[in-house]
Write a protein that binds this ligand. Sequence first.
Ligand code: IFM
Length: 441
Amino acid sequence: MPQATYHFPRGFLWGAATASHQVEGSNTNNQWWKWEQDGHTNGTSGLAADWWGGRWREDFDRAAEGGQNAQRISVEWSRIQPEPDKWDEEAIEKYRAMLRGLRERGMTAMVTLHHFTDPLWVTEQGAWETEAIVPLFKRFVRKVVDALKEYVNLWVTINEPNVCALSGYANGAFPPGINDIKQAVKVEANMLRAHAAAYRAIHELQPEARVGYALHYRPMVPKLKWSPLDRLMRNIRYEGVNMAFPTGISTGIMKTPVGNIAVPEAKGTQDYLGINYYSVDTISFHIGNQKELFTYSGFAENADFSDNNFIANIPEGFFDTIKWAVRTYPNLPIIVTENGIECADDHIRPRYIAQHIHQMWRAVNFNWPIKGYFHWSLVDNFEWERGWTQRFGLWGLDLDTQKRIKRPSVDFYAEICKENGLSSEMVQKYCPEVFDKIFPS
Ligand code: IFM
């Protein structure tokens, strides 16, 4: 049996990712809380993992003991600016304490400034539907960066602007639950404008900062490769889901299947590309799905599925994603800002982790500039419209007691972080079923 270790470059960031609303609990002043109370989600966020109550300390301890040298968190706009002309200095101080906590534990902080949630007052003003959001977001960003820059120089302006805009305004799963693709595109254009403004504001305040955004990138294949219709649907959906921000940042013109929008100020506004990769979609034509331009997204039959069939384990798609990123932005650093799978009993997570890290290692061996990997997620968290039905944590969470449940993946990921690599012994120990795929004889 082959024995080897696939090592990563020195200084590689190994972390986990979280977002404020998904772990803090009691975020009562944003549009998601209201959406939950109005019955649109599978359960409510409630106390979540109670980070606002102080349990971030124990989770950061776990992360540090697990060998992580980095952690991605987000800050909650509705806490920091609860009203248009009110800043909550206590909330800011809590985030400073969290970031100090990361530093004390030897972890590099990556901070996201917008991860799906808006303060209610922002929602009342139309949120991302008009360009009025740009100065509002910029003001918030300036306040946060000024207050936190002592501890952070790795910033994510906006998490998954494509998911946020399309889920809120095309398929309607996120608030405000609208089905209008043209409006979704306008919202995404305003996100791009706000990203560009934030990029410049951060650099004004902190010239050495590294600023990017996190793109949820979905590789796609036509269901029937020989079918011109499925191929067309694949191309339409691929462009609609993946390409708005990348084209906007490359050229200053955001390209979408329903028209192009000029955002010249966005050109070149990224110091790295943040990639969130989960799976590969199989696309076909669906006459009933007008709201998604008659496309239908499923998965390959007989795939290796997560608990709720929400994710198919397709590690080659991760390599293809990184390759796409390198081809699109040669020499731009890449950070994997999210990658993970929902699985309560951890039967699939170890092999998902092993196979994805193996693909990332293949990419690193082409000297592609991949600088870090953040697993989604450190601890079970509130999964938006899907609530608590999906468990993405390395650590499980018992919602009734707030007890953390140690899954086998905790030790596996810890060994990877500590070794700065993936060894044959680890794969043999945690997921022998994929040994031959990762270490062929
Ligand atoms: O939980 C989400 C996260 O908020 C954004 N990216 C995908 C994750 C898993 O669904």
